[in-house]
Structure formats: structure tokens, C-alpha cells
Design a protein around this ligand. Structure first.
Ligand SMILES: Cc1cc2nc3c(=O)[nH]c(=O)nc-3n(C[C@H](O)[C@H](O)[C@H](O)COP(=O)(O)OP(=O)(O)OC[C@H]3O[C@@H](n4cnc5c(N)ncnc54)[C@H](O)[C@@H]3O)c2cc1C
Length: 464
């Protein structure tokens, strides 16, 4: 994200943030490379991580605390959108009005040692939560594939990892502080304005701006990770057989080579291992393969067949927050749908079949994960144990051919789209997928009758 010079581009708060990240070893380190530093260095335009979404807001504001945030909302003109890490692929952030970055509102605001909960300022990047929580003996219940999102952004879109018993970030939220359209600061939880709480836990930035978020955690823990390459058919039968045996299990399928990477993670008390440095950097291989197959499509199945030569089986033990995140430096665009868990593997098979039948030129693998049901009204996992299936396309290639082919397969399985990823659904279809859609709209109307928090994309999602 490149930030404009309006607002407070070089504020003390942003310098403090940089200093904090530096102290935590996050600047330029795993997970943050190329993601935060460029954003803060230049200040002209906004764009997301993949480069697929752009905006020229009239104003960008970096509130340093809740008083400044409330004033920013009260005084804003045009449509108001919050931005966290800018890691959504869909147009959930762009506005021509006021963009409010929560970047300076980061860190731990408090914790409850007995309940194992912690309250974070909403702009806290997930990468910052690990060391902060470890210092108070806690760990996040689960994490996504990367850790460069902000907590506010992750909660707003129901960002998730994998695990049959584990909910998305939104499912772990116990309480929120929100700034509403009139600039009021209101708390909500299951016991205090429960309707606002259920609506706001997954609201895609369209109810208000979260300033503080309280999440349920567990004791700090270590994970043992095992990564194995095998034929897709074997990976699918293994994940089906062992889905309840491992705390986390997922697969990455390369349909044109018939291979898959199967990843399993379980809690351990074993000593932390020092991982061997890979012979060749995985991102470098991915970048090379994506670029080559883009120019010479006939090399796609060759590269995918050779997967085992580039990626080796591995095992490691580390703190949970070190094991969860991958470093993703090769940009892509992504579509993800959540389908009922029991149909997940059938849906994955159909997605792969349609890509192969149409001989589409896509090198990136298809990711398959499990997520537990929750009760957030607009969560893709609302009252439904889920298999989440993600399809990626290299950012230099037009994603439409791939996504247009697979999306009807997801629709056939009653798939619900990831709010932060690309899809073509609007209110008309979403209403049928979410039993509490009308309740969400009712609460949204109550707290933002003039639609101050809606951009054109949000209007399509919620007003049709
Ligand atoms: C490389 C990569 C890997 C990814 N891996 C995963 C994955 O494993 N699992 C998964 O589920 N998703 C994944 N995603 C998607 C990503 O987690 C979500 O799109 C997430 O919302 C990004 O968080 P962010 O802080 O960047 O939010 P942004 O993209 O900045 O914002 C997302 C939405 O949240 C709103 N928002 C932000 N902050 C606040 C706030 N404080 N209050 C109210 N609304 C707010 C914004 O207005 C916007 O509507 C991945 C994305 C990328 C680029």
C-alpha cells in the first residue's frame, strides 16, 4: 500500500510502529518482507498486496487512539473505509472518500490470565501477536497461511487457518470496541448488544470501525509440522482418513502433475528444532515456474510433475506462531469458497477436473482446508463445518478464465465466498446462502442509516 501525503504520513505513531516492528524483528523478516516497509515509505496512492485493487482516496487518516479515530469518523466526508494490511484480493478497501488506516493503533491493550483472553488494538498485525502473547503465556488458537494481516482485517473477513475443531479469527472474538458512523465508541459482546456483536464480527468493514478486539486464546504452545509430497489421490484419501487425527491438516494440489503437498501440524512439547535452510528458496522456484509457465504454457505439467525435485519432505518443531505462517513473496490473485465439509473432496475433484478439461494455464496449486462451524451471522462457516477450497492465479496472468470456470462448481455445492477474495456474488445470491442476512442488514441500517461505511463493492454485497 502506498499512502498519500494527506493525513498524517510521517506521524510519530507510524515511527513508533516501525520501531515496535523492528524490536520484534518483523521489519524485513519472515512474513513482513516487502509488505509493510514499501507501504510506509511512499505516500501517494493505495493498492492491495496483489496489485489488483487500487484507490485514490480524498484523504487517508492514521488515528493514534480511539479519540482520534472517533473524530476522524465523525468529520469524514465521502464513503469511509478502514484498511488493515491491504491483503484482501476483493475491492473491500477502495474508497474515493476517507480511508482510515489502523496502522498506528497496534499492540496488546490487556489480557486475562485466567480466561486466557487478550485484547489487541485492531491494527495489530498477526505477526506481532505471537511474541506479545508468548510474553503473557498465551497463543492464538489458530492462524492463516500468512501473518501480515491486521487483526481487524482478519476478523472483518472471517480469515481462517485449517483444523476441523478450529474456528476462523471471527469465531474466537469475545468482545469488540467499535466506532460507529456517528463517532460514538461502543462495546459489544455476547452479553452486551448481542445483535451488534454478531453482525460486527464479520462485517467486511461495513458496520463501523473496530478499535479493540478481545480474542480467546490458549496457553502458549509448540507445533510439530510434517510436510510430505505424494500423489494427489493418496493425499485426498489421507486427508479424508486423518482429518480428525491431526489438529491441523491441509493439502495443496497440483492437478497438472498429479502431485500434492500434505501438511500436518500437531501440538508437542518436544524441543524446538533448527530447520535446515532449503537448497533453493521456495518462493524463487515458485516465481520462476509461474513466469516460465505463463510464457510457455506447455511447461506447466512438466514443472508440476517435477514438484518433488524442488520441494522436499520436511519436519520441524517451533513456537505455534513461527510454524503457522508462510512467507509469500510471489504475488497472485485468489478465489476461495467454503463448501459443506462432507462435500469438500468431491468439490475439489470437480474443480481439478474442470481445470484439466479446459487445459487452463495455471501453475499455482489448489489449497484445501477444514474450518469448524461458528455463529457469526456473515461468516462463511455460519453453522456449517466447512472445507475451504482456494484457487490462485499468478498476478501477471488474467485470473478471469480460471475463476470463471471454477466458480460455478463452488455454486453447485452451496459454496459461500471468502469476503476478502475474488468472487462474483451479490446480495441477491448471498441472501440465499446466509440465513441471518436480513438480520445483518437490519443492524447495519440501525447503526449506519446513511451508508457512510459502504463503498460500491459493499453496496453490491449488501444492497444488491
Ligand atoms: C498472501 C495471502 C495469503 C492469505 N492467506 C489467507 C488464509 O490463509 N486464510 C484466509 O482466510 N485468508 C487469507 N488471505 C486473505 C486475508 O487474510 C484477508 O483478506 C484479510 O482480510 C486481510 O487482512 P488485512 O488486515 O490485510 O485487511 P484489509 O484487506 O486491509 O481489509 C479487509 C476488510 O477489513 C476491513 N477492516 C480492516 N480493519 C478494520 C477495522 N479495524 N474495523 C473494521 N473493519 C476493518 C476493511 O475495511 C476491509 O473491508 C490471504 C491473503 C493474502 C494476500
Amino acid at each position: 500500500m502506498n499512502l498519500p501525503s494527506s493525513g498524517q504520513p510521517d506521524s510519530l505513531e507510524r515511527r513508533k510502529l516501525l520501531a515496535t516492528l523492528g524490536a520484534l524483528g518483523l521489519m524485513g523478516g519472515a512474513g513482513m518482507t516487502g509488505m509493510l516497509a514499501p507501504r510506509l515509505a511512499r505516500a501517494t496512492e493505495w493498492q492491495n498486496w496483489s496489485g489488483g485493487q487500487h484507490a485514490s482516496p480524498a484523504k487517508i487518516i492514521y488515528p493514534a487512539n480511539e479519540t482520534e479515530l472517533a473524530a476522524a469518523v465523525r468529520d469524514a466526508s465521502g464513503s469511509i473505509r478502514a484498511v488493515g494490511g491491504g491483503h484482501s484480493f476483493s475491492p473491500v478497501v477502495p474508497t474515493t472518500g476517507t480511508l482510515i488506516s489502523l496502522e498506528a493503533m497496534n499492540g496488546l491493550a490487556g489480557h486475562d490470565a485466567a480466561a486466557l483472553t487478550a485484547t489487541f488494538w485492531a491494527g495489530t498485525r498477526i505477526a506481532m501477536t505471537g511474541p506479545l502473547l508468548k510474553a503473557v503465556g498465551q497463543g492464538l488458537l489458530n492462524e492463516a497461511d500468512i501473518n501480515t494481516q491486521s487483526l481487524g482485517g482478519a476478523v472483518s473477513t472471517s480469515t481462517h487457518g485449517t483444523g476441523r475443531q478450529l474456528q476462523s479469527f471471527s469465531g474466537t472474538v469475545k468482545g469488540l470496541q467499535l466506532v460507529l458512523a456517528d463517532g460514538s465508541l461502543v462495546p459489544c459482546s455476547a452479553d452486551h448488544d448481542a445483535d451488534l456483536f454478531q453482525a460486527a464480527r464479520v462485517a467486511v468493514g461495513s458496520i463501523g470501525i473496530m478499535s479493540r478486539i478481545t480474542v480467546q486464546n490458549r496457553e502458549a504452545y509448540r507445533l510439530r509440522e510434517n510436510v510430505t509430497i505424494m500423489p494427489i489421490t493418496e493425499a485426498m484419501s489421507t486427508i479424508d482418513r486423518d482429518k480428525d487425527k491431526h489438529r491441523h491438516i491441509e493439502l495443496w494440489a497440483f492437478p497438472f502433475g498429479g502431485k500434492a503437498i500434505l501438511k500436518r501440524q500437531d501440538i508437542t512439547t518436544d524441543a524446538i528444532t533448527v530447520p535446515e535452510k532449503p537448497f533453493i528458496d521456495e518462493n524463487a522456484i515458485l516465481g520462476f515456474a509461474a513466469n516460465t509457465t505463463r510464457k510457455m504454457p506447455w511447461t506447466n505439467s512438466l514443472f508440476q510433475h517435477l514438484l518433488g525435485a524442488f520441494v522436499s519432505d520436511s519436519e520441524r518443531v517451533g513456537n505455534s506462531f513461527e510454524i503457522f505462517p508462510s512467507l509469500r513473496t510471489v504475488q497472485f490473485n485468489e478465489m476461495e469458497y467454503s463448501v459443506p465439509a462432507e462435500h469438500g473432496l468431491a468439490c475439489l475433484q470437480e474443480v481439478m477436473d474442470v481445470l484439466k478439461k479446459n487445459d487452463v494455464n495455471v501453475f499455482f496449486p489448489i489449497e484445501f482446508r477444514y474450518v469448524a462451524a461458528d455463529d457469526c451471522w456473515l461468516s462463511p462457516f455460519y453453522q456449517r463445518a466447512t472445507a475451504a477450497i482456494s484457487v490462485h492465479q499468478y498476478y501477471k496472468q488474467d485470473y478471469r478464465e480460471v475463476f470463471d470456470l471454477v466458480e460455478p462448481v463452488f455454486w453447485k455445492y452451496q459454496g459461500r465466498p471468502h469476503w476478502g477474495k475474488l468472487h462474483r456474488l451479490e446480495a441477491r445470491q448471498l441472501r440465499a446462502l446466509y440465513p441471518r442476512f436480513e438480520d445483518f442488514l437490519r443492524v447495519r441500517q440501525r447503526v449506519d442509516a446513511n451508508g457512510r461505511f459502504l463503498n460500491p463493492h459493499a453496496r453490491k454485497l449488501f444492497l444488491g
